[in-house]
Design a protein around this ligand. Sequence first.
Ligand code: HEM
Length: 130
Amino acid sequence: MVDVRDDSFYAAVGGHETFVRLVDEFYRGVATDPVLRPMYPEEDLGPAAERLTHFLEQYWGGPTTYSEQRGHPRLRMRHAPYKVNPDARDRWMLHMRAALDSLALAPLHHAELWDYLERAAHSMLNTFDD
Ligand code: HEM
């Protein structure tokens, strides 16, 4: 694939297929979540799943499709319209952790990815209101 280094974390964990599996599994969880599901503006979660897949792929050294389509990530700003309180954050992390576990990556890869996702989720918190 063009522009993807063989030594990227993206390539090491299995490339596109791995990130699609991660995000699809995550959204399967979101679809059943009574707090998170209503936050997603579109009826179909497919486009949101695609944006998250592209973002994560780009972050880990894969194709830069995310920025080509969406520009600078500015993730905190993009989450400002949504109430990301501790409950929403914990639910996001629960579904993401289950999705990550389902990949059965090598322990170091699993740990590196989880460390990032956990920190990113904490950084998205934007309210303590219920
Ligand atoms: C902490 C709890 C979080 C909640 C409740 C949450 C919720 C949402 C919602 C409702 C959207 C709009 C759906 C869409 O149209 O795409 C969204 C978008 C998005 N989220 Fe989150 N999110 C959380 C954390 C994160 C984290 C930790 C990341 C990154 C690691 C992330 C990455 C994204 C991306 C890339 C988009 C699409 C941005 C765009 O280009 O418009 N989110 N999120």
